[in-house]
Ligand binder design. Sequence first.
Ligand SMILES: Cc1ncc(COP(=O)(O)O)c(C=O)c1O
Length: 386
Amino acid sequence: MTDIKVPILDLKAQYATIREEVQAAIERVMESQYFILGPEVEALEREIADYSGCKFGIGVSSGTDALLVSLMAVGIQPGDEVITTPYSFFATAGAIVRLGARPVFVDIDLDTLNLDANRLEAAVTPRTRAILPVHLAGQTAEMDPVMAVAERHNLFVIEDACQALGADYHGRRAGSIGHLGCFSFFPSKNLGGAGDSGMVVSNDPALADRVKLLRNHGHRPKYYNQAVGGNFRMDALQGAILRAKLPHLESWTAARRRNAALYRELFLKAGLASEDPARRAGMPVVLPAEAGWGRHIYHLFQIRARRRDELMAHMKAQGVGAEIYYPVPLHLQACFADMGYRAGDCPTAECAAAETLALPIYPELTTAQMERVVQVVRDFFQDSAE
Ligand SMILES: Cc1ncc(COP(=O)(O)O)c(C=O)c1O
């Protein structure tokens, strides 16, 4: 058992199960010699929009560009404020700052690692234009209070659903709840392409049309520019490959959820974690919480662990993958130093950045591999006198 290796992600294992379908998709594009936007991207736009409970999908060049073009589409200007979470991938805040706007970071809830909706209202100022909640790790933020605050103050809501394609919130799909939703198809995502791409989804025809216009330099028709957009176009190869993979997404999600349930069982059985709210925090490992408002698609399985950095080093030395998403909360990033945020401004995000550790959760993991992960964690806490 000790020689079992467990990578954090194994895309080769997935590819082995879908090789013919992906090869056929690539061949289709090569035969068509139609490489940018076009029929494959249009078909994927319909399929992802349907999958996400939206009327419109606009294929773009990355999740980062999905966020940027969405913020452009709702008219974010220099000096505007956009409320968001300090605990996310850099692009969430980067897209806001690239437009000259200010990210206003609201601390997170330690159980879900998503925006703490109770703190939202207090962050609204006369300059606030939008809220950008992130559905981190595959579980949606608490969207009812987000939408209520947005309605009261006439704000746009752009969902960063880059990690949450197929997650639900009270029966609604991630990306379909706000005005615009953003997805990433980065190769490591639950639905990942063979390179960069992303998508914006919406139920609002005017906003969807604006995103479509801005995606391609604001041309309409070509060479007649109605607005200053960019080159945010999706490649046809990504469209075709993602279409080949999309029919498998539900079974991959089910496998991720089964893996999460097995981890829970194994950690509890090993005495490393507890489900008792009174004892949970005192254990070496705190398991990720399911908020109960809809399907968690487990893009990541993030535990919180005592002596996290030492544990990660131990796991890696034993051939078990583990990663930190994310070691520095956004309000403390060096490039944002002039915004005036200080350590202590978002204590819960700072605590999460110091304690979370993502374990392998990809669909093709075997039971033996998951048992190995938990055994390596148990060995670490047993061998090191606490
Ligand atoms: C929460 C979040 N936002 C934005 C992005 C940016 O997506 P991309 O890497 O496709 O630009 C990612 C993924 O990397 C992400 O996880």
